[in-house]
Design a protein around this ligand. Sequence first.
Ligand code: DX5
Ligand code: ZN
Length: 219
Amino acid sequence: MVNTLEIAPSILGGDHSSLAESVEKIRAAGLRWVHVDVMDGHFVPNLSFGSGVVKALKRRFPEMFFDVHLMLDNPNLYVAQFAEAGSDLISIHVEPDYPVAETLDEIHLLGKKSGIVFNPDTPVGSVADFLPKVDLVLVMSVQPGFGGQPFRESALEKLSALERMRSEMGLSFRIEVDGGVDSSNIGAVIRAGADTIVAGTAFFKDGANLIKNAAIASM
Ligand code: DX5
Ligand code: ZN
């Protein structure tokens, strides 16, 4: 495996009355990545967290790695705010109409890791041009906006295609999958090429089993 296997629990699936408690659960499980789903009610039909949540959680848990997924129509207007708040990685979608390449460059200029994200109905070719620029590619295995949706098998082929493209291009970006991942399919996503696994519902329901199945699959 090019990269270490990381499980990134999504606090969208956590306890919104105490997100610190949810991050503590992630830390206590021996994990380091915290996936933060930011939604604007435009690009996706839901609202979630602002940069203030990242700021507060990063201040409380400086050792955790905050993997911030911006589901926004204009992420270019917000990357500075989320970088300043303490995000460690900021991923932005390829679908909306804004200067994607320049925004990816800006994330690096702000000293953060960058990621490009694409939806289930978006072809993998749409992110090809950005691969040399990014630290991570995020494959959505659900239509973004809500946790708890069923995993879409079509993501598996995209994960494998990205693994092939990464090795052909001699790159080392992380391959992340997000949406509907649980103990029943985590083995399949790892074998398909994912090295970074988002899980919201499945982690907070039965994190230990999820981690066990991931460990078995990555052996
Ligand atoms: C959906 C988010 C996902 C979601 C994952 O828009 O991007 O990160 O929270 O949640 P589960 O694992 O419950 O599908
Ligand atoms: Zn996400």
